[in-house]
Design a protein around this ligand. Sequence first.
Ligand code: SAM
Ligand code: SF4
Length: 338
Amino acid sequence: MSGRTTKPLIDPFGRTVRDLRISVTDRCNFRCTYCMPEEGMQWLDRSELLSFEEIERVARVCVERFDFDGIRLTGGEPTVRAQLPVLVEMLAALRVPATGRAVDLAMTTNGATLGLLAGELRRAGLNRINVSCDSLRPERFAQMARRDQLARVLDGIEAALAAGFSPVKVNVVMMRGVNDDEAVDFATFGRERRVQPRFIEFMPLDADGGWTMDQVVPADETVAAIDAVYPLEPVAHGPEPAARYRYRDGGGEIGVIPSVTRPFCGDCDRVRITAEGKFRTCLFALDEHDLRAVLRNGGSDGDLALAIEAAVGTKWAGHHIGQVSFVRPPRSMSQIGG
Ligand code: SAM
Ligand code: SF4
């Protein structure tokens, strides 16, 4: 810890920013239809990626100067980055000055390699894990991920449970006419395997540019479908985007992320950094702030802190999905880091 006085990072709308999403790679071993194109993706060159040391510096400045207490690793697929547990260990060593505690270190993954990596990641200090899985039916899974790997993902979920992650959350992007008949199946799966499904509304960040509002399955519809079979009640929650519900019979919990139908921008406490070091103050931001230039041009931690503060000063009130004023960012989800 630096011993320096910390100050909260407050954006122009009075929201305290304290959560950093780090994309560790733009690459992926899947090609989910709602995220990546089938082929033709332009990958970043290895030299363009932030090194682990550079990532750790950005994270340390956020934690030690601005009291950030949450970090999530994402991508692309974070587990395709070589030596990922080494980065986890570096980030797990950070301490939040306000509390003296470690940061809450989480990761979102497609789960395909968790069978090999879950234990190592856990031992390196990863606290929480979300595994994405959009269908429990092998053929449909293969269509959505463009990879026939449901069995490996299910093994990955089991490996995460065996490694001691609790709860394991399962991210499900709901798409109209594609997997919108599986809400109850995922609820049953969650109750049986003791994992928490989190149903995400499809957002306009697909590389193919095919998003339309009528493909979005409203979170309320998903909750109603599950409630009809397994009665639910809401759980009070903090600034996290998921609205949480628990089963009245004590069988566990689900979450929904109504990013399109009920945006949570008013409570947004997060910022992001892309794999090549572009700092973004919103998933849908059109402006980016080049922290890699600060890092590679000899900038000090103070320079980094100033750049982060200036960027957060441009954070907008929220996105306008579904309104005429909405402009899609030029990057797709895998290039931003979901
Ligand atoms: N590859 C990892 C994975 O799939 O979990 C991490 C990166 S992925 C971009 C992070 C999350 O964003 C996943 O849960 C994925 O399902 C979700 N996602 C990707 N594209 C999306 C979109 N267009 N709308 C909503 N969620 C999306
Ligand atoms: Fe890869 Fe995740 Fe995007 Fe699917 S959602 S293509 S697994 S980055």
